[in-house]
Design a protein around this ligand. Structure first.
Ligand SMILES: Cc1cc2nc3c(=O)[nH]c(=O)nc-3n(C[C@H](O)[C@H](O)[C@H](O)COP(=O)(O)OP(=O)(O)OC[C@H]3O[C@@H](n4cnc5c(N)ncnc54)[C@H](O)[C@@H]3O)c2cc1C
Ligand SMILES: *[C@@H]1O[C@H](CO)[C@@H](O)[C@H](O)[C@H]1NC(C)=O
Ligand SMILES: *[C@@H]1O[C@H](CO)[C@@H](O)[C@H](O)[C@H]1NC(C)=O
Ligand SMILES: *[C@@H]1O[C@H](CO)[C@@H](O)[C@H](O)[C@H]1NC(C)=O
Ligand SMILES: *[C@@H]1O[C@H](CO)[C@@H](O)[C@H](O)[C@H]1NC(C)=O
Ligand SMILES: *[C@@H]1O[C@H](CO)[C@@H](O)[C@H](O)[C@H]1NC(C)=O
Ligand SMILES: *[C@@H]1O[C@H](CO)[C@@H](O)[C@H](O)[C@H]1NC(C)=O
Ligand SMILES: *[C@@H]1O[C@H](CO)[C@@H](O)[C@H](O)[C@H]1NC(C)=O
Ligand SMILES: *[C@@H]1O[C@H](CO)[C@@H](O)[C@H](O)[C@H]1NC(C)=O
Ligand SMILES: *[C@@H]1O[C@H](CO)[C@@H](O)[C@H](O)[C@H]1NC(C)=O
Length: 577
């Protein structure tokens, strides 16, 4: 939900920052399953190696897929003179540079990840034409899937040929989970089917009511629009603030917050069924009554590691009235003083109460400005006795509020890190939290928050990080990305890991972070992103993907692999055995 559009003047401390330590491990092995665990051979195949499939094998795969195989061309190849790519074209490159912040530039591409660290590593539109352009972190081939059979063919081919396999939906992922060097990518963007189920009835009497089945490629704005136009009554659903995030991919599988999450729970809490193709190439359904362990893991345990989701069926709700407000204020002269911080403190503590009644607030503190875009509260105008002077309106439906009050999101051109702030911190350590904010702001970082309460209802048994249930705010910190200075970006990543996040970690030692909005170098990521669910998640991973076909950075089981120089993925064994 970040909207880091301003370029900040950045203060980087000149002291040397320690290299992040490799993460400690929580993994406890399941002895009975270990014999099947060591994949052979030890490394995934990589382009130009003798093990790489021959041109005729690729041609055969393409024929099996009715021509849906795409060989990767980096988006920015038109900005470079390197041979073997579409030729350098100055005017097309100019257009591409201007469109680079737009999510659409990337999600319509088969391979471009949005996170700038990955998408400009080896083919950067902002570098001069003679800078090299190679595939780098991008997959070598992409399958433009449109049905479950395409998934099965792709997964079987990757398994047979020992390829790195990656699932790509929109490419929104901040941690590089939807891209992979030399990989075969399964691109899910064109699975756009949707179907209203007026009266979903689960096999055992768990839920009876409206639901929608969403294809894997459906994006937030498509889902909300479709639900809203369902006849005879409009529906709504828990969906992200960013219009173009994929609904059934990393968003819901990783938890999924949004403006209705206090009202109904996280997106992962809404799922009734997953249709999924497993690592063995089998299409099956996972629900509370079938393949329950896989269902449990897919609801919050993170995208890209347990199986490839074809569709998701989730609860939807009648679209009722909401009150929505936005607000921006600036410190005098852009320099935050006591008054500014006092107002911020009162607003941020007040938003916790908004969560308790089913509302949510999305806010951003950056460069001496505080913006709320927006705060949404369920119910009607009369109920809240509002006399605010900023822009506030009643809306007959959440849909009308979402389309009016929610600014269009661009790609987040920042280095990010995140922390979940427990309610207890907001209740009794607000001074400490404000001190941490001031320290972080002093480094020129933006601080954004989603204030909400995702434990107002009975908490379903799923893999959502338990820290979410104690939380009042999901904080995301951002340092601006510099497209032409990778050394500075690397220094900023270390600043995030070693200096900025520790300000928040120090006052929230028992909390964690939202795995979708977090620091790629987070120490102890297993504990921080998954909490006490991690061991159970590893067991599900071992059962459904014993050879580790599905790999994603910081995903469950990813500590069994390391990415070597040049991007080749190699098995490093199961630590702890
Ligand atoms: C601008 C912006 C705004 C955001 N706003 C919000 C927000 O409001 N709320 C929120 O909760 N999060 C938000 N996020 C974070 C978002 O939830 C994650 O980036 C998420 O990973 C996106 O999922 P995706 O499927 O669209 O992206 P991708 O990058 O394509 O995929 C993400 C992960 O999911 C896996 N995956 C994708 N599809 C499938 C599938 N069909 N089966 C199995 N695995 C799959 C991929 O392998 C990868 O590991 C935002 C991110 C950005 C960049
Ligand atoms: C796959 O086949 C289609 C249609 O024949 C073709 O356009 C495409 O270039 C092929 N892909 C590859 C990687 O050769
Ligand atoms: C360069 O790109 C433009 C579109 O931006 C296109 O109209 C033009 O034909 C291209 N030129 C060449 C030589 O390919
Ligand atoms: C998004 O990026 C585009 C293209 O650079 C720009 O015109 C637009 O103002 C940006 N929108 C926001 C909300 O920052
Ligand atoms: C992917 O497939 C869809 C649907 O068949 C098609 O519309 C789209 O053009 C294809 N994209 C690419 C890049 O081949
Ligand atoms: C939904 O189905 C249940 C049981 O199958 C039934 O009791 C209920 O009346 C149905 N509701 C609607 C709105 O159709
Ligand atoms: C709104 O005001 C009315 C009359 O002043 C009062 O009875 C009611 O409790 C108030 N509602 C809320 C939610 O504060
Ligand atoms: C608040 O929302 C209104 C309606 O969309 C918009 O015109 C206005 O610019 C927004 N103001 C702020 C401060 O975000
Ligand atoms: C959420 O709200 C409920 C009341 O609806 C309250 O009991 C609970 O403590 C709140 N939890 C958090 C984490 O804020
Ligand atoms: C990015 O880094 C380059 C090289 O150090 C510098 O010239 C430029 O001003 C920086 N850009 C921004 C926006 O800070």
């Amino acid at each position: 939900m970040l909207l880091f559009t301003l370029l900040l003047s950045l203060t980087i401390p000149t002291t040397t920052i320690a290299i992040p330590q490799s993460s400690s491990l929580i993994a406890s092995p399941i002895p009975s399953l270990t014999p099947s665990l060591t994949p052979s051979p030890t490394c995934r195949c990589h382009p130009h190696l003798p093990c790489w499939p021959s041109p005729s094998e690729w041609t055969l795969l393409n024929a099996t897929l009715n021509g849906k195989l795409i060989s990767t061309t980096p988006l920015a190849s038109i900005c470079h003179t390197t041979p073997n790519h579409p030729p350098y074209n100055a005017s097309a490159c100019q257009t591409l540079r201007a469109d680079w912040p737009l999510p659409k530039t990337h999600y319509t591409s088969p391979s471009s990840p949005m996170a700038p660290w990955f998408n400009t590593e080896t083919c950067n539109p902002f570098l001069p034409p003679d800078a090299p352009c190679t595939l780098g972190a991008l997959p070598a081939y992409v399958v433009n899937a449109t049905c479950a059979d395409d998934y099965i063919q792709t997964i079987n081919f990757a398994r047979t040929h020992n390829l790195r396999l990656v699932i790509r939906n929109t490419g929104h992922d901040y941690l590089g989970k939807s891209t992979g060097s030399g990989a075969l990518a399964l691109w899910t963007h064109h699975l756009k089917d949707m179907r209203v189920i007026r009266n979903y009835t689960s096999k055992v009497d768990l839920y009876t009511g409206p639901a929608i089945q969403f294809g894997a490629g459906i994006q937030v704005h498509e889902a909300l629009t479709f639900a809203h136009h369902a006849s005879p009554t409009p529906f709504t659903l828990v969906a992200g603030n960013c219009q173009s995030v994929g609904l059934a991919g990393g968003y819901t599988q990783g938890g999924g917050h949004g403006q209705l999450a206090s009202m109904y729970g996280l997106a992962a809490d809404q799922v009734l069924e997953w249709e999924v193709v497993t690592a063995s190439g089998t299409l099956l359904t996972a629900s509370r009554t079938e393949n329950e362990d896989l269902y449990w893991a897919l609801c919050g345990g993170g995208g890209g590691v347990f199986g490839a989701v074809v569709s998701m069926t989730s609860k939807v709700y009648p679209d009722g009235g909401v009150v929505t407000a936005n607000l921006t204020f600036r410190a005098d002269g852009g320099v935050p003083g006591e008054v500014f911080w006092g107002v911020v403190e009162r607003l941020v503590s007040g938003f916790a109460a908004v969560g308790d009644v089913g509302g949510a607030a999305i806010w951003m503190l950056q460069g001496g400005e505080f913006g709320v875009t927006p705060v949404t509260v369920p119910g009607s105008w009369g109920q809240w006795n509002v006399t605010y002077s900023y822009h506030i309106s009643p809306f007959p439906t959440f849909y009308s509020s979402y389309t009016t009050m929610n600014p269009l999101s661009n790609v987040t051109e920042s280095q990010i890190g995140g922390r979940l702030i427990p309610r207890s911190t907001v209740n009794s350590k607000m001074r400490d939290l404000m001190r941490a904010f001031k320290q972080i702001a002093g480094y020129g970082a933006a601080i954004s928050g989603v204030s909400l309460n995702v434990s107002r209802h009975a908490i379903p048994d799923n893999a959502v990080n338990p820290a979410w249930r104690e939380s009042a705010i999901d904080i995301v910190l951002g340092l601006p990305y510099n497209f032409t200075n990778r050394a500075l970006d690397a220094a900023n990543q270390q600043l995030m890991t070693d200096v900025l996040l520790p300000f928040l970690e120090a006052i929230t030692p028992d909390s964690g972070a939202y795995l979708n909005e977090a620091d790629i170098h987070q120490p102890d990521w297993q504990g921080v992103f998954y909490g006490e669910s991690y061991e159970r998640l590893l067991a599900v991973k071992r059962k459904w993907d014993p050879e580790g076909l599905f790999y994603a950075k910081t995903g469950v089981g990813s500590e069994w692999w390391e990415e070597r120089e040049g991007g080749r993925l190699c098995w490093v064994g199961m630590v702890g055995i």
